[in-house]
Design a protein around this ligand. Structure first.
Ligand code: NAD
Length: 292
């Protein structure tokens, strides 16, 4: 009997070793995703994460030149059969609807929607022009609505469920000085996600939110007027700002585009199949630090 037992154990260990060596199935194989703002820092990192898990990805962005650059970064690693681009303004309802129609033709539909295209621009409230206020509302709040509306129409028609992930912001929960337009638009994205989670649940459509804190590396937002505004509000430069955000987080770590991509992947994949209407703050503990 002990001999038989030893043989059984050896056999079992060999089988285990074989299993370990077998390539793991990709968790998003056969899934189709659209990532708006896919040519930006967080969007391209997210596209890369989803592609790595076997999804086909459409990068949708208003910036055609940046889309080409992102595609050239993927060249040699991912073929045009699995990653494509569409030049699209999220505030243009026809353009958004057409992008989904094209996805239906090219990839057969959509399973994962990452609504991420955005800007950051604000000023103290007394200096906030109506144009500035409307720009934030239109690209962030209305853009997320249009991208979700088209997604809902397609996902409901497919009747296969789906996952929508909003990249909102820590600023949608916690106020930031001199940024009322941006903060209010981001708060509305978070509430839109909750409303859509309610509407989507009977159809297996999950809607969740990832809230980044400041992600300075790789982000185009942090090279334009937002950088100047934040630098003037906090009286420091880009490096000083990154250090300030790091220091004020509980974990004393900077948040990177890949950190946002990881949380987004979680909401996109089956591991989060029991989550909807939820938020992950990827902030190294900053929201808690801010509200204590
Ligand atoms: P980014 O500027 O690198 O990327 C944003 C992308 O959105 C750009 O490629 C831009 O061309 C695109 N875009 C802008 N307006 C568009 C429009 N009307 N239609 C289609 N595409 C448009 O910035 P990022 O840091 O990657 O930001 C991505 C998202 O994350 C945004 O919604 C932003 O508000 C949010 N966010 C960023 C930070 C941060 O610190 N970087 C923090 C919190 C939240």
């Amino acid at each position: 009997l002990p001999e038989q037992e030893a043989f059984d154990i050896e056999y079992w260990l060999l089988e285990e070793a074989k299993l370990q060596r077998m390539p793991k199935p990709k968790s998003l194989a056969g899934r189709v995703a659209i990532v708006t703002g896919g040519a930006g820092g967080i969007g391209s990192a997210t596209a890369e994460r989803l592609l790595g898990e076997g999804a086909c990805v459409v990068l949708a962005d208003i910036d055609a030149e940046a889309l080409d650059k992102t595609m050239s970064n993927f060249a040699g690693r991912y073929s045009k059969d699995v990653v494509r681009t569409v030049s699209m303004n999220v505030t243009d309802e026809n353009a958004v609807d057409e992008a989904y129609a094209d996805m239906a033709v090219e990839f057969g539909g959509v399973d994962i929607v990452v609504s991420n295209a955005g800007i950051a621009s604000s000023a103290p409230v007394e200096d906030t022009t109506l144009e500035l206020w409307n720009r934030n509302m239109s690209i962030l709040s209305t853009g997320y609505f249009l991208v979700s509306r088209a997604a809902f129409r397609m996902l409901k028609a497919q009747d296969l469920g789906g996952s929508i992930v909003f990249i909102a912001s820590k600023n949608g929960l916690a106020a930031s000085p001199g940024a009322s337009a941006y903060c209010t638009a981001k708060a509305s994205e978070i509430h839109l996600a909750r409303c859509l989670a309610l509407e989507g649940a009977p159809h297996g459509i999950r809607v969740n939110v990832v809230n980044p804190d400041a992600v300075l590396r790789g982000s185009k937002i942090w090279s334009g007027e937002w950088l100047d505004q934040r630098a003037s509000t906090y009286k420091t430069d880009k490096d000083g700002l990154e250090e300030m955000y790091r220091q004020r987080s509980l974990l004393k770590r900077s948040v990177l585009p890949e950190d946002i991509a990881e949380a987004t992947y979680f909401f996109a994949c089956e591991a989060s199949s029991k989550s909807t209407g939820n938020i992950i703050n990827v902030d190294a503990g900053n929201v808690q630090a801010f509200t204590r």
